[in-house]
Design a protein around this ligand. Sequence first.
Ligand code: SF4
Length: 316
Amino acid sequence: MGEKLIEVKNLKKYFSSGIFRKSYVKAVDGVSFEIRKGETFALVGESGCGKSTVGRCTLRLVEPTSGEVYFKGIDILGLNRELRDLRRKMQIIFQDADGSLNPRMRILELLVEPLRVHGLLNGRGMAEALRLLELVNLTPDLLGRYPHELSGGQRQRVGIARAITLNPEFIVADEPAASLDLSVQAQMLDLMKRLQGEFGMGYLFISHNVNIVRLMAERIAVMYLGKFVEVGDTRKIFNGAAHPYTQALLSAVPTTDPSARQNRIVLEGEIPSPINPPSGCRFHPRCPEAKAVCSEVEPALQDTGSGHLVACHFAS
Ligand code: SF4
């Protein structure tokens, strides 16, 4: 197993809301995980479950309410000025390359900007830009163009190139392929895998798409309303999910197998509000397996064997 890169303990992020009466959106409510060098750990769950907030808090792009975050043993929540230097080692790939690339900058400027910001340009801008373009399979003729002159796939490659400019050891990839066509998605994921093989980065991979997560991650955490409900080896979870929510998510994956279609679990109702989450197990109002105890007692995330963690009173 590789060196431990990231360690997150009991991370919480509550956003205040409400004008007349103070209330809190519990976007992330006590999650813990580790990521090792060269490993991809994925967060999966429906939109609004808190996945992206976990990613941003891990990089301290959003200040957590409480908890601990370590990068190679360094307590990043305790850093002030030193955080800027550490950011070189921790980068993010955004879902929306359009929004993350300055439309007034040409591709050359965009690629060398991270070096310039960190005072590392030293006259090697063009050489670095060409090296980065080659790494992400783009051609040098794009250097003089603006982002709007590129296709969506090319813009996302520029986003990936910017993320690796400073040779990071850890990358948060927040739905990196979600805005792309299926064929381009596959190329993008291949590219991320190849770069990881070449440079050994650890990825925190965030996606609502369980098929993509299955391809990309060695381990996954399934999130529901700000909490992890199941964590473990990707293959094991796909072969035998133990939490009813995970079972429902996996059963919804489109398939050509008619028997699998018959076994689809359809969840009733909407995801409850994270301002006032349900008592006991947060999933109980939608859970097809719920019993009386589920609305009263919150299940702990417990190891059911070999690091497979499940938060359900009836998981074995
Ligand atoms: Fe369903 Fe109860 Fe398990 Fe929650 S604890 S997932 S409500 S069976």
